[in-house]
Design a protein around this ligand. Structure first.
Ligand code: 4AZ
Length: 470
């Protein structure tokens, strides 16, 4: 992790020479079908004497055009070549500046249905069609599958508890509305939720999802770069033996997410050599044979070592981590949640602390990095198209702070109210803290289905084993 101790005021990453560059494209008036139509001669409607003059005229015109073209080629060729080169240059400049308004112009995806869980008594509430009222959910039509979907929608890995609560046991305001799920409509779409004045069963849904995204010790932390225990409770160190190789993020007591390239680089190592350390700040505290044993490594099946696409891997731990004030899970992004460019997110890790890659940090480091637009990062001024839709970038164009070697696999988290969500996994970049080359991260939002599918299948296997073993 590189962090300039004397940061200079950086320019807004996406402010550039946005005005004054014109690009002539096919589609401009000169090339329009309408213009071509005006140039077409309606020869067929002319009378014979006119036709004779026309033939003579045409021959003269042809000769003139021939001589003219030859002269043009002879004298204007170097100029036209220069013009085309200038246009290329302009296009590069246009690519750089064109991105400045990109995110402003993009419409944000429309939310069909939103959920929240009341923190006092865990009552589930739903908001449909962006109407202002939050509705309590009637227990009729409710199911475990629906509860799992809601937890997943909210960015939790699992449902931990759900039950019916008797309405008369709950203190409500007079205007409280209700929603009932239609038994014939699966899914979480807005059509599935029908507003009601009351619940016929007299029961509503209480739901608990797995804990995530909280920092129990946060109130005790005062600013600065030295990371205190508990500041990032999901931060893990993925080690081979006792040697730190990469960062990771705790998703659940059994699950840690890291970068696929970390695993790929050491693919010849034995599974039993991998360890995960959580709740750690200082590396020198690690002793051989400490840490959680890795039971299974699941790199994304589409991971590409050539372009770092799909750079995520899941580690399943043999024994669950003990959650505490200093060890806990991070939340995933909620469904359809968009973190706009400029969002202040944090990256943490034990990676190199200088660009010459000569010094790793013994204590966990962190730094704040703003999200940049992928469109901008893909422009010719930055990574020139190297980012795939599974990537995002964050950092500074003046190279003031960045993730570095050894931080790979670690978390890029963004705050969402009081909740921290894993938005990126440290993946790659050209050098570290190099001007115009911010850090590139695997975009967690694009891996939600894959992560949930793996965790679900694993949970089903566990449940089956428990049933078999009694
Ligand atoms: C690496 O080699 C690495 N500056 C990680 C992050 C970045 C560059 C390299 C981003 O693991």
């Amino acid at each position: 992790m590189l962090d300039d101790p004397n940061p200079t005021e950086a320019q807004d990453a996406e402010e550039g020479p946005a005005f004054g560059i014109i690009r002539v494209e096919p589609g401009d008036q000169l090339w329009s079908p309408k213009t071509q139509q005006q140039c077409t001669s309606p020869v067929g409607r002319w009378c014979p004497p006119q036709r004779g003059y026309a033939v003579l005229g045409a021959l003269g015109l042809l000769a003139g055009v021939g001589v003219g073209s030859w002269l043009l080629v002879l004298y204007l060729w170097p100029a036209s070549q220069l013009a085309s080169e200038t246009l290329q240059g302009q296009e590069m400049a246009w690519n750089c500046s064109e991105v400045s308004n990109e995110d402003v112009l993009l419409p944000s995806p429309r939310k069909t249905v939103s959920f929240r869980i009341n923190t006092e008594d865990f009552l589930l509430e739903v908001q449909v069609r962006a109407q202002p009222d939050w509705l309590l959910v009637c227990h009729e039509g409710w199911s475990l599958a629906l509860g799992r979907q809601v937890c997943r929608h909210l960015g939790h890995l699992r449902l931990t508890h759900h039950k019916a609560v008797i309405l008369s046991d709950v203190k409500l305001n007079g205007s409280q509305g209700f929603a009932q799920v239609s038994p014939r409509r699966g899914g979480l779409l807005e059509e599935a939720w029908q507003p009601r004045d009351n619940c016929t069963s007299g029961q509503i849904v209480s739901l608990k999802c797995s804990d995530c995204g909280a920092r129990p010790l946060a109130s005790r932390i005062v600013g600065g770069q030295a990371v205190a225990p508990g500041r990032w409770p999901w931060q893990a160190s993925v080690a081979l033996g006792s040697r730190h190789t990469c960062g990771g993020s705790v998703l659940a007591p059994h699950w840690v997410v890291t970068a696929a390239h970390c695993i790929h680089s050491f693919r010849l190592s034995r599974l039993s050599s991998w360890r995960v350390h959580a709740g750690l700040v200082s590396h020198s505290a690690i002793r051989p044979h400490q840490g959680a044993v890795v039971e299974r490594i699941i790199p994304h099946p589409l991971y590409s070592a050539q372009n770092h696409d799909y750079d995520v891997a899941l580690l399943r731990l043999r024994t669950p981590l003990n959650f505490s004030d200093t060890v806990g899970a991070v939340c995933l992004p909620a469904q359809e949640q968009h973190f706009p460019r400029g969002s202040h997110c944090w990256v943490s890790g034990w990676g190199h602390t200088d660009p010459s890659h000569s010094h790793s940090s013994d204590t966990l480091q962190d730094t704040v990095v703003p999200l940049l637009s992928t469109h901008f990062c893909n422009s010719s001024c930055v990574y020139g198209g190297a980012l795939t839709p599974r990537m995002l970038c964050a950092g500074y164009l003046d190279g003031r702070a960045d993730a570095c070697q050894g931080d790979s696999g670690g978390p890029l988290v963004c705050p969402d109210g009081d909740t921290w969500r894993l938005v990126g996994v440290v993946s790659w970049g050209r050098g570290c803290a190099e001007p115009n080359h911010p850090g590139v991260y695997a975009k967690v939002a694009t891996f939600l289905d894959w992560i949930h599918d793996i965790a679900r299948v694993s949970l089903e296997k566990e449940t089956l084993m428990e049933e078999i073993l009694g």
